[in-house]
Design a binder for this molecule. Structure first.
Ligand code: HEM
Length: 507
């Protein structure tokens, strides 16, 4: 009897082994051009999954990608069941994304799309093709350069609130500035998108008041979960009885409670509901949620609410931490500080205050912000791309099925694009000419999904830094370590929240 069954089992096992061997062989053949690339040492079976998961757990995925780029050069590969080619040269990243998305050889990976759309529901950054296009078309005019200029007064009001907080701070005690910038950016984006007054003392009749800390905590929970799902956590894990799943649902509930009545009111205004018109304040009536709801009938409650959460998230951490890093670099580079301050003083002397015209005169200060983004690219590699058909990247044949990713920290320190990369040198961004063109600026992304809020971010950061330079001197409590000790939920932040000693300007 044993012999009767023995033969088919042996044949069956042999067949399974042959199929597995053949599949492995074809897989190796398919990706064999990538074997010539440098690669960190990996596990024979699990490849690079263990160190990457450990990096995500430690909230430092950006750091391992950067460390590997320093060790293995500007093009390396890691293996996580499939190959991921990591680039860290600014021009190469830019050209590859722009051309690859244009000719269709690159597309956003299903994994990162799923991770985005599982924050709260389908959102612009998680879409492609027609579904992305109508969303982007609706929002683009609001965030264009002329669009955001309308909001100068609101942004200025929010900066003035921060200045008042800085004046009130004791000069001999450490003051972490990062939370102040989080409050600034959250109040601004909530005012623009939802019509919530910048001044917390003013009522907002359309819904609950904006609570900075719980809202920021909810954002951190959602963005850290994005990172985990983007690198392999399964979306269904949110249904398990775990602390992280509970935190996820609590974060979603927080946003629903805060936003639902406002989104519903915007939709009722679209429908011409007279009672809604009586309830809505002028600030709300001019807000983006009302304009977008009126303009784009495809937005319903189920799609508009997640999109608003996307705007709140995209508009807060990014600009806030960039401001913190800029404050840090200004403190460590007295000459840059004095040059930026002299430029701000000149603008104030010409115009008496900061206006749209005076902002145009602050190109050195804008160089400070770009230099900060180059070194601390806060939105460091939010989305990976997938090669849909064989392509060539910098003379390297990259087969379909490969993923492409970037080390933005590595790219920012690429000596070919940015000579003396470790020097904080805003002059490199001052308008170039044919002989010395300005360097590539990729920290707002490349290709069609390039940042929607770039102009708003620049406006906020310029106004805030100009006001600080005009009114205060400051030094870092922890010195350079504030700029070296970094983590991420999704976006990179200074772990110590950038404490400074601040005092009113001398002389
Ligand atoms: C210093 C500040 C900022 C940085 C460095 C930054 C960076 C980026 C990057 C790199 C992308 C591309 C992501 C990708 O390709 O997947 C992006 C997209 C986006 N950003 Fe920003 N961002 C900043 C501020 C803002 C602000 C203030 C807003 C305002 C709402 C905003 C809204 C968005 C949106 C909606 C997208 C998705 C666009 C699309 O999918 O078409 N960002 N940003």
């Amino acid at each position: 009897m044993g012999q009767v069954w023995g033969m088919p089992v042996v044949v069956g096992l042999g067949l399974v082994a042959a199929v597995a061997g053949w599949r492995r062989w074809t897989w190796q053949q398919r990706f064999k051009t990538l074997r010539s690339l440098p690669s960190p040492p990996g596990h024979w079976l699990l490849g690079h999954i263990p160190p990457l998961l450990a990096a995500v757990k430690n909230r430092q995925l950006f750091q391992i990608l950067f460390d590997w780029s320093q060790a293995y050069g500007p093009r390396y590969v890691y293996w996580v069941g499939y190959p991921v080619v990591v680039l860290s040269q600014a021009k190469l990243i830019d050209n590859t994304i722009v051309q690859g998305t244009r000719d269709g050889s690159l597309t956003r990976t299903g994994q990162s799309q799923r991770a985005w759309n599982d924050l709260m529901g389908p959102i612009m950054i998680g879409q492609d093709g027609a579904e992305w296009q109508w969303r982007r078309k609706a929002w683009t005019p609001e965030f264009s350069s002329s669009g955001v200029n309308h909001y100068l007064t609101l942004v200025d009001q929010s900066c003035t609130q921060v200045i008042a907080q800085l004046h009130a701070a004791p000069t001999d005690q450490p003051l972490p500035v990062d939370p102040l910038f989080v409050e600034l950016t959250l109040r601004v984006i909530a005012a623009l998108v939802l019509g919530i007054p910048i001044d917390p003392a003013q009522p907002s009749p359309e819904g609950p008041p904006l609570e900075i800390e719980p809202t920021y905590n909810a954002m951190s929970v959602l963005t850290y979960r994005f990172l985990r799902v983007a690198v392999g956590e399964k979306p269904w894990q949110k249904y398990l009885p775990t602390p992280s799943a509970r935190a996820y649902w609590a974060a979603r509930r927080h946003f629903e409670t805060c936003l639902q009545s406002r989104v519903d009111l915007a939709l009722r205004l679209r429908d011409g509901d007279l009672a809604a018109q009586a309830q809505a304040s002028p600030l709300f009536q001019q807000s983006m949620v009302v304009k977008i709801a009126a303009k784009e009938p495809r937005y319903s409650r189920a799609t508009l609410l997640p999109e608003i959460v996307e705007m709140l998230i995209a508009g807060t951490d990014t600009t806030a931490h960039t401001l913190s890093f800029a404050v840090g670099e200004l403190a460590l580079n007295p000459q840059v500080f004095e040059t930026a301050r002299a430029e701000v003083d000149r603008a104030f002397e010409h115009h008496g205050t900061l206006t749209l015209a005076s902002l145009k005169e602050l190109s050195y200060l804008q160089g400070v912000i770009k230099e900060t983004l180059r070194l601390y690219s806060v939105a460091s590699g939010t989305t990976s791309l997938q090669v849909t058909r064989d392509m060539v990247v910098d003379d390297l044949a990259v087969p379909a099925g490969t993923r492409l990713f970037w080390s933005m920290l590595g790219a920012g320190r690429d000596p070919d694009a940015y000579p003396q990369p470790h020097r904080f040198w805003p002059d490199r961004w001052l308008s170039g000419d044919r002989h010395s063109p300005t360097p590539p600026m990729i920290d707002f992304g490349s290709g069609p999904h390039r940042c929607l809020g770039e102009h708003l971010a620049m406006l906020e950061a310029t106004l805030m830094l100009a006001q600080m330079l005009r009114h205060f001197d400051w030094e870092l409590v922890n010195g350079r370590s504030s700029l070296e000790n970094l983590k991420q939920n999704l976006l990179i932040y200074p772990v110590d929240r950038m404490p400074i000693y601040v005092k009113p300007r001398q002389g």
